[in-house]
Design a protein around this ligand. Structure first.
Ligand SMILES: C[S@@+](CC[C@H](N)C(=O)[O-])C[C@H]1O[C@@H](n2cnc3c(N)ncnc32)[C@H](O)[C@@H]1O
Length: 353
């Protein structure tokens, strides 16, 4: 009988959350333990194998942290979930740090995690990387650079690397500063860091939004899902010193960066708030809301931004949302605001209500 030609070319990719935790990882789960990032399913799967080792789970995004708390509670796992702009904001008291990098995830974020993990380990504490690649293309040389030569165990489906912390090293940030301008306005400078939209460049969708939004001196502006703060900072160039910008994002590193970028660009009246539900904003009602929501199949974040904008805007306040999926998102805007216009620009559509 002939074998199926597909079976020679394809191999089922089992996510880390469904794999047995390798013995090499289990044997190194010594408390106090920090689990760095990871999806709720991956972290639960890992900690189930850990014989109740006292664990802290570090996350950068409040929404993801809430989902993780729920998943841990459901699995009856007693672990603390904490968010901070930087992993090295946690005290250097961990015996083990475990990182399960996202397959194909952001390269700069991986470098940043390895650099920062060094600083939260006790002397002699170890970083363990559980990679879903049978031959990991990336981490051996990176760990060697930061920790010295790592130990490596490969199986048919996993690579596990681990390395102890020895001595000290200076903190190195993987940040990139970029300069941008909108139309013939003044140039602004933004610091960007891994894990925050967008790293090292001004996104075309953000640019299209900034070019389209009509703002007046004194306007009070909401920047929904602010990333590193580009939309609100450019808005402040038009609203002037009498205006006010309320930035909000669920990613706590994004909010820290926005604070830094708003100050550095001379925005005098602003607040930068970390929230996954667009809550905690003062200074409303607002005149204008700007949104560049992430692309998620169910449009849940776009829906959240639309609904919260409707509640926070004054009557006849203006709403601008940039998207590459104008039909389904326009329907959501129309459901909430009653009517919507679409302005095509740079391959995007800016929905205006
Ligand atoms: C496409 S990025 C836009 C960033 C920035 N406004 C820009 O245009 O460069 C979307 C942003 O929405 C944020 N976000 C996602 N879900 C959120 C939520 N539930 N609440 C607040 N912000 C959220 C992400 O962290 C991300 O920074």
């Amino acid at each position: 009988m002939e074998s199926d030609p597909m079976s020679r070319r394809t191999r089922r990719l089992v996510p880390l959350s469904q794999r047995a935790v390798p013995e090499t990882v289990r044997a190194r789960m010594h408390a106090p333990l920090v689990v760095v990032l990871g999806s709720p399913a991956e972290v639960v799967n890992l900690l189930r194998a850990g014989d109740g080792a006292e664990a802290v789970c570090y996350q950068m995004d409040l929404y993801q942290a809430e989902r993780l708390r729920e998943a841990l509670a459901k699995a009856n796992i007693n672990a603390k979930v904490t968010t901070a702009p930087d992993l090295w904001d946690l005290p250097a008291e961990f015996q083990t740090a475990i990182y399960m990098p996202a397959r194909g995830g952001e390269r700069e974020l991986k470098i940043d995690v390895i650099e920062q993990a060094f600083h939260v380990l006790r002397p002699g504490g170890a970083l363990v990387v559980w990679s879903s690649y049978e031959t990991d293309p990336f981490f051996p040389s990176l760990l060697k650079k930061v920790f010295g030569r790592p130990h490596e165990v490969r199986t048919e489906i996993n690579t596990v690397l681990w390395a102890p912390r020895a001595g000290d090293r200076p903190r190195r940030r993987h940040e990139v500063t970029f300069q941008a301008r909108v139309l013939d306005g003044p140039s602004c400078r933004f610091v960007s860091r891994p894990g925050v939209f967008t790293y090292g460049r001004f996104d075309d969708g953000a640019r299209a939004l900034a070019e389209t939004a009509a703002l007046k001196p004194g306007d009070r502006v909401l920047d929904l899902g602010c990333g590193c703060g580009v939309a609100g900072v450019f808005a402040s160039r038009q609203t002037g010193p009498e205006g006010h910008i309320a930035f909000v994002d669920s990613n706590v590193r994004a909010v820290a960066l926005t604070d830094l970028n708003a100050r550095a660009n001379g925005v005098t009246s602003f607040q930068a708030v970390a929230s996954s539900r667009v809550e905690g904003l003062e200074g409303g009602p607002f005149d204008v809301a700007l949104a560049n929501p992430p692309y998620i199949a169910d449009h849940s974040v776009a829906r959240l931004f639309i609904e919260r904008a409707r509640e926070l805007l004054r009557p006849r306040g203006r709403f601008y949302l940039v998207t590459k999926q104008p039909e389904p998102v326009a329907e959501l805007v129309a459901d909430t605001f009653g009517a919507v216009d679409g302005v095509p620009r740079r391959g995007y559509t800016i929905l205006v209500a």
